[in-house]
Design a protein around this ligand. Structure first.
Ligand SMILES: Nc1ncnc2c1ncn2[C@@H]1O[C@H](COP(=O)(O)OP(=O)(O)O)[C@@H](O)[C@H]1O
Ligand SMILES: [Mg+2]
Length: 286
């Protein structure tokens, strides 16, 4: 094919659907992973509460329609009420919440498929009365399937956080998640390494249960920011299972502190990404 017949560029071949803003929501952040069980919901819940403790207004949308754990981890089970065409969210621990688990409680599996899930996610984004929020976090389902993809393509995301453990199987899937976000042009705010190590209760020895440094190495190799590591901490698991996440505690608490630090790192990254998107600035030093 000669220059008279140029190939249409990729961006022309696939026009992107419009990503309408969500009124009142300043930063919309997806939290994803390649694998399930790496602590995505745990990180989402603790980040949401930590940001709230730092004085931000925070919402948390549970997009894991097949395994909606947010109600359990946030310690609330309630049925949202309608308000005309809209849905009133549930609020607990100072965070505004919506989850399939509120609509389909108990152990019943959800048997919906693609198009219905797409429409329920759109309703969760657009018909829930989120109000004024500094952050709306979205706990994505594991993997790079339909729900995650259609959300990524329609939600006006500020960026995404990828959660992984240091194990090679988890990292392999985390790389896929990073590539998925890249393909749909969602900025990667950073990688979080969860379950990085365990402190032995008696000796205080550090045990690298799932390997060491994999999250940081992967972030460097993929040229995405590294947001930090979180220990494998039995108190974190108990906090989630009991609906009282460790982040409800004071910042000085050893179990809560790492999540506060993560929340601050995320805020800093958001500011940086926004400054980059706004273009170069000339600064004058005196
Ligand atoms: N840092 C951690 N320390 C201890 N337990 C954790 C930690 N992160 C997650 N868990 C536990 O691991 C299990 C899976 O975590 P979850 O957040 O549900 O993962 P995902 O949402 O990625 O499937 C839960 O029981 C949770 O309490
Ligand atoms: Mg989960």
């Amino acid at each position: 094919m000669g220059p008279q017949n140029p190939q249409p560029s990729h961006s022309h071949a696939q026009p992107e659907p419009p990503k309408l803003p969500i009124p009142g929501v300043k930063r919309l952040i997806a939290i994803g992973s390649g694998k399930g069980g790496v602590g995505k919901t745990t990180v989402s819940v603790n980040l949401a509460i930590s940001l709230q403790k730092l004085g931000r207004k925070v919402g948390l949308l549970d997009a894991d329609v097949y395994g909606p754990n947010i109600p359990l981890m946030m310690g609330v089970q309630a049925t949202p009420v309608g308000n005309g065409a809209n849905i009133r969210p549930i609020v607990n621990h100072g965070v505004t919440l919506m989850s399939m688990g509120f609509l389909n409680p108990g152990d019943k599996p959800l048997v919906w498929r693609g198009p219905m899930l797409h429409s329920v996610m759109q309703q969760f984004l657009r018909n829930v009365e989120w109000g004024e929020l500094d952050y709306l976090l979205i706990d994505l389902p594991p993997g790079t399937g339909d729900v995650a993809l259609s959300l990524m393509q329609t939600a006006p995301l500020s960026g995404a956080v990828v959660v992984t453990t240091p194990s090679e199987v988890s990292l392999e899937d985390a790389r896929k998640a990073v590539n998925m976000f890249r393909q749909v042009r969602v900025p990667i705010l950073g990688i979080v390494e969860n379950m990085s190590y365990l402190i032995a209760p008696n000796s205080g020895e550090r045990i690298d249960v799932f390997g060491q440094g994999g999250g940081k190495r992967t972030a460097a190799a993929m040229e995405v920011p590294y947001l930090g590591e979180l220990a494998l901490d039995p108190e974190v698991r108990i906090g989630g299972d009991s609906g009282r996440p460790v982040s409800l505690r004071e910042e000085s608490d050893a179990h809560a502190a790492p999540f506060r630090a993560l929340a601050k790192a995320l805020e800093a990254r958001c500011a940086e990404a926004e400054a980059q998107a706004a273009g170069p600035k000339i600064t004058v030093e005196d």
